[in-house]
Write a protein that binds this ligand. Structure first.
Ligand code: FAD
Length: 319
């Protein structure tokens, strides 16, 4: 079932779970065990993030440099296949422009369609480590809106099916896109960023998932601005519980967001008590989640980042 159909059919908020593919070396059994705690809550779908390959250059004895793949992650489609082999749940792989040509994207779409996957989230992706700004791959897409256009122009298994006069479907994929209630860090202002978000919807995206935020008012104001700008698709809020004191400085830098003073003060009071910090972060997120549900959000998206304990506690309390 497509996420858009799930959203249309749903009468109350449901949780959606986002996982990060494991590093090479992790087994399929270990991956499935790591998501088992979420499956007890019968999520309607699982998002699987996508990561481009990263390389490092090593100097050889003769002074020359050789390129080496850094131990990378299992790709999103393989992780989706593993999940589908065990659980009866929809999977939503993420697809990024970074490091990929438009032709390679078509090939990825063919593979997803072959597996019967008709949901995805279309994203630009971040710059490579060491790169200040995102550089598009030659022959690739510059922005997520271009990727959405590319996906929409893909019709079923595309040229192969068209050439044989077989049925094709230009709405085969249900497409989610990302949005930033506190503005994407590269955008000059929130209004411009929202105008760029609208390009993704106009190109054919079906719904939006937001970046994490720690103050619900930021999300409510953002939704209001999106509606005023003519964006009428569902906007699913994204949450992540703080789990360590270090994240108070890491998350704002990594994701360009604010953490409310009240939360940072509570965490500072907990000092070196890691269990207390974890509890504060979990309770704060549960409070956000309950308030969002009370405000009638369609779903709440959880960035699990490989952790399940705090998220399952929140799911138990809120759903
Ligand atoms: P875009 O929508 O392309 O926007 C990027 C920037 O360009 C913005 O500042 C925007 O305002 C601007 N812009 C857009 N269109 C135009 C235009 N036509 N002209 C000028 N400026 C323009 N990253 C991963 O690598 N893998 C993942 O799996 C992943 N999952 C994510 C899931 C969610 C829900 C979210 C919110 C983010 C995720 N990210 C992921 C991070 C994302 O790739 C980065 O935040 C990236 O920097 C921006 O991606 P985007 O799709 O929002 O880009």
């Amino acid at each position: 079932m497509k996420v858009s159909e799930i959203l249309n059919a749903s009468t109350k908020a449901f949780p959606s779970i986002e996982i990060v593919p494991p590093m090479r070396g992790v087994t399929k059994t270990e991956l499935l065990e790591s998501i088992a705690p979420f499956m007890e809550f019968s999520p309607k779908y699982i998002n699987v993030t996508s990561h481009r390959d990263e390389y490092e250059y090593r100097q050889e004895a003769d002074g020359s440099f050789s390129r080496h793949l850094i131990r990378n992650r299992i790709n999103e489609a393989t992780v989706c296949a593993a999940i589908m082999s065990k659980y009866d749940v929809e999977v939503v792989p993420h697809l990024i422009c970074g490091g990929t040509t438009a032709e390679e994207i078509e090939s990825k779409l063919d593979n997803l369609a072959f597996m019967g996957i008709n949901n995805l989230v279309a994203l630009r992706g971040d710059s490579m480590s060491g790169e200040k700004r995102f550089t598009p791959t030659p022959g690739g897409y510059r922005y997520a809106s271009e990727l959405v256009e590319g996906i929409r122009s893909y019709q079923g298994s595309n040229s192969y099916r068209r050439e044989r006069g077989l049925e094709t479907d230009d709405r085969y994929f249900c497409i989610g896109v990302g949005a930033y209630p506190e503005k994407h860090f590269e955008a000059p202002n929130l209004e411009t960023d929202i105008a760029n978000l609208k390009r993704k919807i106009d190109a054919g995206a079906d719904y939006i998932i937001t970046q994490m935020f720690f103050d619900n008012q930021v999300y409510y104001d953002f939704v209001e601005k999106c509606r005023a700008a003519g964006i009428n698709v569902p906007i699913i809020p994204g949450l992540k519980p703080l789990s360590t004191a270090r994240q108070v400085s890491v998350l704002p830098e990594a994701f360009s967001l604010d953490i409310p003073l009240e939360l940072t003060q509570e965490i500072a009071k907990a000092g070196d008590n890691k269990a207390a910090v974890y509890k504060i972060g979990t309770e704060w997120c549960a409070m956000q989640c309950k308030d969002l549900i009370a405000h009638g959000v369609p779903a709440v998206h959880f960035y699990t980042m490989g952790k399940s304990d705090n998220i399952t506690r929140i799911l138990q309390e809120c759903f």
